[in-house]
Design a protein around this ligand. Sequence first.
Ligand SMILES: [Zn+2]
Ligand SMILES: [Zn+2]
Length: 86
Amino acid sequence: MGPDRGGPIATHRGRCAEAHLGCPCRGDETIHEERSREITEARGRSAESVECPECGSPTTPLAIVSWGNCRACRTAQSREVNPLRW
Ligand SMILES: [Zn+2]
Ligand SMILES: [Zn+2]
């Protein structure tokens, strides 16, 4: 994990390192920090299980904070939205 991985992934204005994890900040630090806090908190509770609001299956608090649903729902959705990305 070096700073240079040979791609244009570096700091792009309006982008964030966690955008692929569903971070909605688009470079807004306030939103980003608030979400980071939620994620940290959710990580601390990763042993708990919560219900996915979409399918009702048990999932982790982190998945809900990150994506708003469980991994299965998210995978199904990303296949629909970006069939070529996976
Ligand atoms: Zn962010
Ligand atoms: Zn689900």
